[in-house]
Design a protein. Structure first.
Length: 278
């Protein structure tokens, strides 16, 4: 009887401890859940406030994207540490475990670390900014939509989205077509042998003068470029605002074709002369 009473007492004590531990654990989990939910709303609110501050200060769009991403990641890390601490996990031990895991993760994510460093280099030296049309040595080209922590987001003329790693973008050759306010448009127009070059030149000058988008300084360049197999080629170079480049390019081709036909200037096509041996 005494042994049975002793066992019953131990079982009751064990159950009491289990219930107490369960209640304590439940309180911690509930508190951690509350911290997580409230923290998410606070992070969202701070992100909006931070974005508004950057916008009011007229910070460059690319820098805004990068800073917002950095602040968001830092706040998520802080929230995670607060939740872990509330669960009763020792942060010192967790930090040591995280440091050990960080070495392995760092080696696995070395490419992303290079992308992070590349993003910082891009923001500091500014080879391009949001809104610029660029062409990378990797073959990617498009308008810069965002400069994120790890990637530069490009939108192509046919509305495709390209995510280019910042590590590659900061090291590869990059052509920025929007960096300068003015660009030169090059044309090659052809006419038949026997046509008067001065007449052709005068017609081209007339077409150029009629287009207000073409700048007068530097002066347009019109010279005989080559005497090809089936045509005489004229090299034309004009300067325009960068934003007008493609409109002038296509518009000039259309106008020259129509004016050549109107002025009776023959546009050649490939020919082959066959001699009869007889």
């Amino acid at each position: 009887m005494l042994l049975s009473a002793n066992i019953t007492s131990q079982l009751q004590e064990l159950m009491s401890r289990l219930i107490e531990s369960g209640v304590t654990l439940g309180e911690r989990v509930l508190a951690a859940l509350v911290i997580f939910i409230v923290g998410k709303y606070i992070i969202k609110w701070i992100n909006r406030l931070f974005a508004k501050v950057l916008e009011n200060r007229k910070v460059e769009a690319g820098v805004q994207t990068f800073l917002r991403s950095m602040v968001n990641i830092l706040m998520i890390i802080m929230l995670a540490m607060a939740v872990i601490g509330r669960l009763g996990i020792e942060l010192t031990g967790f930090a040591a475990l995280l440091a050990s895991a960080g070495v392995a993760v760092g080696m696995a994510l070395s490419g992303n670390l290079q992308n992070l460093a590349g993003g910082l280099i891009i923001l500091v030296f500014r080879p391009y900014k949001v809104g610029d049309y660029i062409e990378s040595g990797t073959g990617a080209s498009g308008t810069v939509q965002e400069i994120q922590i790890f990637h530069t987001v490009l939108v192509t003329p046919d509305n495709k989205v390209i995510y280019a790693p910042n590590g590659v973008m900061s090291n590869a050759l990059c052509t920025n077509y929007s960096h300068k306010e003015e660009r030169r448009v090059d044309f090659t127009f052809s006419f038949e042998y026997g046509e008067d070059f001065e007449k052709v030149r005068a017609v081209l000058l007339k077409v150029i003068a009629a287009d207000s988008r073409i700048l007068t300084t530097p002066e347009p360049f019109i010279e005989l470029g080559a005497m090809a197999d089936s045509s005489v080629n004229v090299t034309v170079r004009v300067w325009v605002k960068s934003a007008d480049y493609w409109n002038v390019f296509f518009g000039m081709n259309k106008e020259v074709y129509a004016t050549f036909n109107k002025e009776g200037i023959n546009i050649p096509y490939p020919q082959m002369v066959v001699h009869n041996a007889n």
